[in-house]
Design a protein around this ligand. Structure first.
Ligand SMILES: O=C(O)CC1=CCC(=O)O1
Length: 266
């Protein structure tokens, strides 16, 4: 994999372009505080059949922070600009958590670009204003370390954290290295987003996926989203927290592959 960068919308986005270059394109959009490496095992499983784009949204990973006020719309326009940069017209998007908000918004504002959606551990509205403001306040006063342990307990199941101690430490490092401005800006974008009205009108194949022990977007919240989207499917991955691509990459890959084939998107 070679390191790649696109200059767009006043910042730069780090991305990777892997898999079968003439295959259907699948793009992955990340959760808050993670970078594109969380998809590596999923990409490895699917790379024989699909072209797979992963990227670091602004304020995360190796991408720039930029100086515009963050919103889900800005994150969505960044991803659309990245697809333009790559001259890719239509994609299936797999969005995790805030990446799922970005995916829902792209499907609403540019439906012609989206062949299908996998909405993983996400919802049209995530959390509440007081919770997001408290998190922003905590990192502005104490830096990313102030929230590290609490967030990791939401990301990963008890079983994963107790048995995969070194991997858990690695994800903790990924989180606390996120720039405060990028993380806090994205917390504000999530706080200000309620996509319920537009998500209820989506008109494309959609699969909603939940981790059974996800504390951030619990299964019932994800199931409710599936119930408002016409003809959406729902799948539960047992024993997994907020990051199925980390804890259950093979199960998630199988769900993605079956969804794409069953809907004729391959
Ligand atoms: O950090 C969390 O609580 C999990 C999360 C919420 C939105 C997102 O993208 O991740």
């Amino acid at each position: 994999m070679t390191i790649k960068v696109a200059d767009l919308n006043g910042t730069h986005l780090h991305y990777a372009d892997r898999g079968r270059q003439d295959g259907p394109v699948l793009v992955f959009s990340n959760s808050l505080g993670t970078d594109h490496r969380i998809w590596d095992d999923v990409v490895a499983s699917l790379s024989g059949d699909y072209r797979l784009i992963t990227y670091d949204k602004r304020g995360h990973g190796l991408s720039g922070v930029g100086d515009q006020p963050y919103s889900i719309d800005l994150h969505a326009r960044d991803l659309l600009a990245l697809l333009d940069h790559l001259q890719i017209d239509q994609v299936v998007i797999c969005g995790l958590s805030v990446g799922g908000l970005i995916a829902q918004h792209i499907a609403a504002i540019a439906p012609g670009r989206v062949r299908g959606l996998i909405l993983c551990d996400t919802a049209p509205k995530i959390g509440d204003t007081a919770g997001w403001n408290a998190r922003i306040d905590a990192i502005e006063k104490g830096g990313m370390a102030a929230i590290g342990d609490a967030v990791i307990a939401r990301w990963l199941s008890d079983d994963y954290r107790q048995t995969k101690i070194a991997m858990t430490a690695l994800y903790h490092t990924m989180l606390v290295r996120c720039p405060v401005a990028g993380y806090g800006g994205t917390c504000g974008a999530i706080r200000d987003a309620d996509l319920t009205a537009t998500t209820a009108k989506l008109d494309m194949p959609v699969l909603c996926v939940a981790g059974s022990v996800d504390l951030s977007t619990p299964p019932d919240l994800v199931r409710k989203m599936a119930e408002i989207i016409p003809n959406a499917g729902f799948a539960l991955i047992t024993g997994v927290g907020h990051l199925p691509p980390v804890e259950a990459p093979d199960q998630l890959s199988r769900l993605i592959d079956s969804f794409i084939r069953e809907n004729g998107l391959d």
